[in-house]
Design a protein around this ligand. Structure first.
Ligand SMILES: [Zn+2]
Length: 105
């Protein structure tokens, strides 16, 4: 009856994001840096109520593009518009026209 279970150490520590080592984060362009009507390399937000363009941030000048890696990598993208975090396929990126919310005639 004197067995003390260290219930404090279990539970809370096990809450880690379920990200596999192959998942990486990508810098995205801030909405205020995006120009409506321009084409951006990126994805459409998976959040149906958002659906805006998540644009890959331009690599710093002098930096080598990291696209030489495996082309079908899963990446974690946080939508700069709605804050939704989702997994996207690197190979699924494309040219997306940025149309901000409220711009529809
Ligand atoms: Zn979004």
């Amino acid at each position: 009856m004197s067995i003390k279970r260290t219930s404090k150490s279990t539970g809370a520590a096990a809450r880690q994001p379920a990200a596999s080592p192959s998942v990486r984060h990508i810098e995205v362009t801030a909405p205020q840096q995006m120009v409506p009507g321009d084409l951006y390399s990126g994805w459409r937000c998976k959040n149906k109520s958002c659906g805006l363009v998540i644009a890959i941030a331009a690599p710093r000048s002098g930096a080598k593009p990291s696209s030489a890696q495996s082309d079908d990598q899963l990446i974690v993208l946080k939508c700069p518009h709605c804050g939704d975090e989702n997994l996207y396929r690197w190979s699924a990126r494309g040219e997306q026209q940025y149309t901000p919310k409220g711009a529809a005639s």
